[in-house]
Design a protein around this ligand. Structure first.
Ligand SMILES: [Zn+2]
Length: 98
């Protein structure tokens, strides 16, 4: 599998051929849900719950980037949504989340 971006530092502009809307949504969630100096997610909505980073939203952003590149990167996105991450190496997801 060959991703057209660095999963640790995805670019704001989607790689060519990506689902642009999905990428832009994932990027905004990615930007909003970054770790703070105390190791917790810096997003206000996560601060209320004292979520340790990577929070659930950060994991969703990572999956959104993968979904945006989808099939042409060799991912089988025809699988049921609940099994999507079984297709993806854990180290590609923020914090190794599933
Ligand atoms: Zn968060």
């Amino acid at each position: 599998m060959n991703l057209p971006y660095d999963p640790e530092h995805p670019p704001q502009e989607p790689p060519p051929g990506c689902d642009r809307l999905l990428w832009m949504i994932a990027y905004q969630v990615h930007v909003d849900h970054q770790p703070g100096p105390d190791g917790r997610c810096g997003a206000r909505t996560c601060r209320i719950g004292s979520f340790v980073w990577p929070c659930h939203a950060a994991g969703l952003a990572g999956r959104g980037f993968l979904g945006a590149v989808g099939a042409w990167a060799g991912l089988d996105n025809g699988r049921p949504a609940s099994r999507w991450t079984s297709n993806v190496p854990r180290h590609w997801l923020p914090g190794g989340a599933t």
